[in-house]
Structures are given as structure tokens and as C-alpha cells.
Design a protein around this ligand. Structure first.
Ligand SMILES: C[S@@+](CC[C@H](N)C(=O)[O-])C[C@H]1O[C@@H](n2cnc3c(N)ncnc32)[C@H](O)[C@@H]1O
Length: 282
């Protein structure tokens, strides 16, 4: 074979260790070798060399340069896994997180299969599409303020065969119509406070959309309060709110919802033991 080059797994891992911890470099090199370059898992763990054409070598250099620039691997691959499905992602949209999978798993156990559901701040569409796929009789509507996110969410819905209606809406300024009624409103809105920026990794801060992440320090419950207000007219009696929250604000979110007249409050912890999900009934 003319002009082929041998590249070792150890070389890729060593290169990545210039920018990442040993553990992160190992994870990333496995993804690069197995998922991008097509090496089998057995060959990867045996440390076998990968044979690349000059073009493939050039592509690999490009990928490693992007990783050194802390671009998330999901943006490089163009996909992220969420509850066993692959979603298209790009820098205009938040990469779905495992905590959000826990939120959807909770909902899958609790909501009626023909529920009218509104997902506020749908991003990649991961929550809305998962619910629509699990419950074909549900009527799922999803809002986002970002056209870029909505385009990606629509593409995911089409690609995965969901049946979600997507609308561009700003939840902070939205005025509900008389006939609008949902059984469930779910939201994973922006909830990271500005002061938490200092604790965040570069792959999030430099790459993921600020409008998907941050709320002002002086109003961390901004989105939850607004959605709760809307819920008082848009939720059917007995209808439920499902929120993913900043772990620091479980009690504050529950108190705010109580003050707004919601009942049966639950604050659930995620797999790491942090307050992460709040559920309330109208
Ligand atoms: C934390 S992301 C969640 C994305 C997705 N639901 C998920 O769980 O991966 C928050 C989303 O809310 C959207 N958003 C921000 N401000 C909004 C607003 N005022 N009205 C509607 N959506 C908004 C962002 O564009 C972003 O897609």
C-alpha cells in the first residue's frame, strides 16, 4: 500500500496528555481511535498501530488540534448520545448531559402516555424527542429562543422519527393564549450563575452557547419563576412541572413553587447525590 503511515495508540494518548489529564486523554484517545478512525476495541486495548493514508493522517492532525483547543469531542464528531440515541450537535446547541437523562427517565415512569407536554428551552430536542419516541400518542411541543438550536432540534426530530412541534418562543416575554393547555411542562433552562464560570472547564466555557448556560447571580431562579407563573394558566389542574435545577437551589426552587401555590413538591437527587430534579403539581 503506497504512502501509508503507522500511528500508535500510545502516540495519540501522549499527544492528548499535553492538554488533558491521563484519564481524559485515555477516554478521548479511545473515542478517536475506535469511533472516528474505526479501530476495533480489541486492537485498541492491545495497543496495535493504526494504518492511515496521508489524507487520514491529515484529518487526525486536525482532530487533535481541535481537541488541544478544548473543543468538545461531541462537536468534533457532530453527535452526542442521549438515552441510547444519537443526536446531532454543533456549537450553537448545548451538549445533552447525563443528569438530563435522569430527568427524562423519571418522567417516563410518571407521565401519561397521551400527555400534552411542553418542553421549554429544548436545545438539541433531546427531552422532547425522547418523550415523543417513548409515547407516540403524546402531544409534544418544544420551545427555544435560538433559531440555531431549533434547526438542530428539528433535524434530530426528523432523523429519529419523533413527532414534536417546535416553536421559536422567548419564555421570559411569552403571553399565553386562552386555549393553551398542557399536562406537563418540562424544562432544563439556563441555570449556571455567572460566578460559577470560574469553576467551569474550558471545553464548556469556550464552546457551548452562553445563552444556554448562564443566569445572573442576582436572579438564579429567573427561568423557574417565569415558567411557574406561566404554569398557573397553561397547566391543566393536577398538571405537573418537571425541572432540572442547579444543585445549589433545590430548596429555594421548592420554596418559590410553594409560594406560587404548587403542591406535592419533590426535590430528587442525581446519581452523584446532588439536588437535580424538582417536580411540582398545579
Ligand atoms: C440548558 S439548555 C437545555 C437544552 C436541552 N433542553 C437539554 O436539556 O440538553 C437551555 C436552553 O434554553 C434556551 N433558552 C435560553 N433562554 C431562553 C428563553 N428566554 N426562552 C426560551 N428558551 C431559552 C437556550 O437556547 C437553550 O437551548
Amino acid at each position: 500500500m503506497p504512502n501509508v503511515m503507522n500511528i500508535s495508540v500510545a502516540h495519540i494518548r501522549r499527544t492528548l496528555q499535553e492538554s488533558y489529564s491521563a484519564q481524559e486523554a485515555a477516554n478521548l484517545s479511545r473515542i478517536v481511535c475506535c469511533e472516528i478512525l474505526g479501530q476495533t476495541a480489541v486492537d485498541y486495548y492491545l495497543g496495535k498501530d493504526i494504518i492511515l493514508s496521508p489524507k487520514e493522517m491529515q484529518d487526525l492532525d486536525g482532530i487533535l488540534a481541535r481537541l488541544h483547543n478544548f473543543e468538545p469531542i461531541q462537536y468534533i464528531q457532530g453527535t452526542a448520545r442521549f438515552l441510547e440515541r444519537s443526536y446531532h450537535v454543533a456549537p450553537g446547541v448545548l451538549i445533552p448531559r447525563p443528569e438530563t437523562e435522569e430527568l427524562v427517565e423519571t418522567m417516563l415512569k410518571e407521565i401519561a402516555s397521551d400527555a400534552r407536554v411542553l418542553d421549554i428551552g429544548t436545545g438539541s430536542g433531546c427531552i422532547a424527542v425522547s418523550l415523543s419516541k417513548a409515547f407516540p400518542d403524546a402531544k409534544v411541543t418544544a420551545w427555544d429562543i435560538s433559531d440555531e438550536a431549533l434547526n438542530i432540534a428539528r433535524r434530530n426530530n426528523d432523523m429519529l422519527g419523533g413527532n414534536v412541534r417546535f416553536l421559536r418562543q422567548n419564555v421570559l416575554t411569552y403571553t399565553p393564549g386562552d386555549s393553551e393547555c398542557y399536562d406537563v411542562i418540562v424544562s432544563n433552562p439556563p441555570y449556571v450563575t455567572e460566578s460559577e464560570k470560574q469553576t467551569m472547564e474550558r471545553n464548556v466555557l469556550d464552546w457551548e452557547p452562553f445563552s444556554a448556560l448562564f443566569v445572573p447571580d442576582n436572579d438564579p431562579l429567573l427561568f423557574y419563576r417565569r415558567i411557574a407563573e406561566l404554569g398557573k394558566t397553561m397547566l391543566a389542574p393536577g398538571g405537573r412541572l418537571y425541572f432540572e435545577i442547579n444543585r445549589a437551589y433545590g430548596e429555594a426552587t421548592a420554596t418559590m413553587l410553594c409560594e406560587q401555590g404548587y403542591t406535592n413538591l419533590q426535590v430528587l437527587k442525581d446519581i452523584s447525590g446532588n439536588d437535580r430534579i424538582v417536580i411540582a403539581e398545579r
